[in-house]
Design a protein around this ligand. Structure first.
Ligand SMILES: [Zn+2]
Length: 306
C-alpha cells in the first residue's frame, strides 16, 4: 500500500502522457425523465485521499495557496474527500463509481461500511456506473480477498475508457509513475467484463441517465446527467475536484492525464452548469459533495450545499 501511496504523492504523475483531442458533448437533448417520486439520491463517503497542496496544484501561485490553505508550503497536507452518489430508482440501486477499496490508501475504501451503516448491503447494488478508471473510483470493485465487492452488480463504462485502460500498449507506454494505475485497472477490469455494458458518448447507460463525455482527467472520462423530473443533477466525476478548480479552471490538477483537454472540459462544463443553474454532485468536493456553480465578477465560484 505504501508503494502505491508514494506514487499518488509524486508530482510527476501530472505529466501529460496522452495526446487526445477535446470532444463535444451531446447535451441538452429532450429525453424522458426519471420520476422524482420513484427516485432518491444519496451521497456516501469512501473516506478521503491524503495528498499535498503542491501535488494537486503544481502551478498555483503561492499567494493564492496561502490565502486558501494558510501556507504556501507545497508539502502541506490536503485531504480530498471521496463521496459516492447512490441513486435509488424503482427496484434499482445504482452507484456512481465504486470507491478505492482496500488496496489504495489507508484513508479511503470506506464505501461498503458507509452503505452498511445506512442499511444498504453490497449485494443489493444492482448497477455501478463509472466516471473513469482511476484507483479511487475503480479499485473498490474488489475486496481484500480479490473477490467482487458488489457481486450482483452490472457495470456500465464508456467504451473509450475501457479500451484505453485495457489497451495492450497502455502499460508499456505509460510513464513509470502511472504504471501502478494501469496495472491496477488491468487487474480489475477483466473481472468485470463479463457483467459489463459499454456505451458511447451521449448514450443512456440506464434509462434517464445520460452519459456526457468529459475527457482530460482520463481519455474516456464521463459525467452523467440524471434527468430527474423537476430536479436534475449533473454528476461531474473528477472534472472538478476542489473549489479552486472551479475558480481557476486553467490550473493544472495533479492527476489530470491531459491538462489542456481537462481545462477545455472544465470551461465547457462551467458554462453549462452556470447557465442552466444545474445542481451538481462532485466526487471530491467537501461533503455532501453537492452544490452549484455561479459565474460572478470574481470568476466562477463553487456554491456548496450544506
Ligand atoms: Zn478521483
Amino acid at each position: 500500500m505504501s508503494v502505491i501511496h508514494s506514487v499518488v504523492l509524486d508530482r510527476r504523475t501530472v505529466l501529460q502522457f496522452l495526446g487526445i483531442s477535446a470532444a463535444t458533448a451531446a447535451i441538452n437533448r429532450p429525453r424522458p425523465a426519471l420520476s422524482a417520486s420513484a427516485m432518491k439520491e444519496k451521497m456516501y463517503s469512501d473516506g478521503h485521499l491524503a495528498l499535498t497542496t503542491g501535488f494537486v496544484f503544481p502551478d498555483a501561485p503561492p499567494d493564492v495557496l496561502t490565502a486558501e490553505f494558510k501556507t504556501a508550503d507545497p508539502a502541506a497536507p490536503l485531504h480530498l474527500p471521496c463521496t459516492v452518489p447512490l441513486l435509488r430508482h424503482d427496484d434499482r440501486l445504482i452507484l456512481f463509481d465504486a470507491g478505492a477499496g482496500p488496496a489504495f490508501m489507508d484513508s479511503a475504501g470506506r464505501l461498503v461500511a458507509s452503505l452498511k451503516s445506512a442499511g444498504v448491503e453490497a449485494d443489493q447494488i444492482t448497477d455501478i456506473v463509472f466516471t473513469h478508471c482511476h484507483p479511487d473510483h475503480l479499485w473498490g470493485v474488489t475486496d481484500e480477498f480479490n473477490e467482487l465487492t458488489f457481486p450482483n452488480a452490472r457495470y456500465h463504462l464508456a467504451r473509450k475508457e475501457f479500451d484505453f485502460w485495457t489497451g495492450k500498449d497502455t502499460l508499456q507506454s505509460a510513464p513509470e509513475h502511472l504504471k501502478t494505475f494501469v496495472a491496477g485497472a488491468q487487474t480489475r477490469l477483466p473481472r468485470l467484463a463479463e457483467r459489463a455494458k459499454f456505451f458511447e458518448n451521449g448514450a443512456e447507460p440506464l434509462p434517464g441517465i445520460e452519459a456526457i463525455e468529459s475527457p482530460g482527467h482520463t481519455p474516456g472520462h464521463c459525467s452523467y446527467m440524471l434527468h430527474i423530473a423537476g430536479a436534475p443533477i449533473l454528476l461531474t466525476g473528477d472534472v472538478f475536484s476542489h473549489p479552486l478548480t472551479v475558480r481557476h479552471p486553467d490550473w493544472r490538477w495533479g492527476t489530470d492525464q491531459n491538462s489542456t483537454v481537462a481545462t477545455q472540459t472544465r470551461r465547457r462544463m462551467i458554462d453549462r452548469i452556470a447557465t442552466d443553474r444545474t445542481r451538481v454532485a462532485v466526487y471530491h468536493m467537501p461533503p455532501p459533495g453537492l452544490g452549484r456553480i455561479e459565474k460572478g465578477s470574481a470568476g466562477p465560484t463553487w456554491l456548496q450545499e450544506t
